[in-house]
Write a protein that binds this ligand. Sequence first.
Ligand SMILES: Nc1ncnc2c1ncn2[C@@H]1O[C@H](COP(=O)(O)OP(=O)(O)OP(=O)(O)O)[C@@H](O)[C@H]1O
Length: 409
Amino acid sequence: MTVGDKGYAQRPEPATPTEDTVLEVDGLQVAFPSEDGLVRAVRGVSYRLERGAGLGIVGESGSGKSVTALAVMGLLPAAAKVTGSVRYRGSELLGLSDTRLSDIRGSGIAMIFQDPMTSLNPVHTVGAQIIEGLLRHNPDMSKRAARDRAVELLGTVGIPHPDRRADSYPHELSGGMRQRVVIAIAMANDPAVIIADEPTTALDVTVQAQVLEALETAREETGAALVLITHDLGVVAGHTDRVAVMYAGRVVESGTVEELFYEPRMPYTLGLLGSMPRMDRDDDRLTPIAGSPPSLLNLPPGCPFAPRCPMREDRCDRDEPSLHVVDAGGHRSACHFADRLVGMEAGAVFEATGADNESLARLARSDSEASSEASFEASSETAAEATAESESANDMNGSTDGTYGKGSR
Ligand SMILES: Nc1ncnc2c1ncn2[C@@H]1O[C@H](COP(=O)(O)OP(=O)(O)OP(=O)(O)O)[C@@H](O)[C@H]1O
């Protein structure tokens, strides 16, 4: 799959809500009290989704992706302190009763977790579980029609022999098939928004492709907006229109898929790009970002990425940059020096995240002497071999390899 396939990479976020806006998250903050103080897991996340739009939320482990999703769904533990605003079709969700929220979860907003068994009932057949969803939303539907539709939905998400599979229990299916059943159940509920939290992380690459295809089908057939949460930028390349990159509880860059891949304006995004497999380089070296994200307890002032950033200057240790618009299309970056990345060719950017860091180091020195050495260290590691379950031989075939290439633009 490549960036720009199916024309997805072209849809910027509208400046103001429209009649198609289904979800608005505004200044969302989540903190968890702990013995050592407040863990500030989400620090002011905002995004807006229109019907049918696809937003990828990307970041390393612990950056606040899941907590943001759980806050939207009203699924956080009672001790969590949640502020800001989450509006579904214009109505505020924060503070709603559990009953009302549960209604919205059942219909308006569907959530797909990494482990499909979180959502499936082990003692009912998968067909029965889809039928239940259908009848809940279509009380006048006959049982026969519901069964036919359930089988059709299983076929739509790529389950082979759907008529037979409808009578299977979840434990009789592979992990990839179970995840596709969860997607079929989400489709039966006809949601306006599907939030998928690392839906393919536990699956091998071929099976990942099948599940992503099924999600795409669900998005196309229901017109739902999709929030795809992943630590893997490659996954969002072919499956969303926009991307929000999260770091230390905040969005640090957002824009269309093309903007993020070809005109990144935040060194952290460059680091993520450098640490994924690419089709535009001859070797298969990956360049992991040196260091690790900061603790969310007592975050020091300044940019939380500064200790790992090759462009760090004194100012970065003092002021945390706001997420500001860096070009007319709504592309945003939370880097004081976002402008220094303007006009860099993708190749140069990628080089910058490569072995010697010369390009980024030069950028950092363009106004003054660099205050620290570049920290994207080289590595000769190759992409980890995907391991996991093996899908049944007659299962649907996928083709996404999770890489992207400049030539697709
Ligand atoms: N119930 C909780 N109580 C206290 N801290 C929590 C709780 N849930 C999450 N956190 C903390 O919030 C921060 C953000 O976690 P979150 O799960 O959103 O990260 P993530 O980006 O989704 O990472 P991953 O990909 O590993 O799931 C982490 O520091 C995590 O330890």
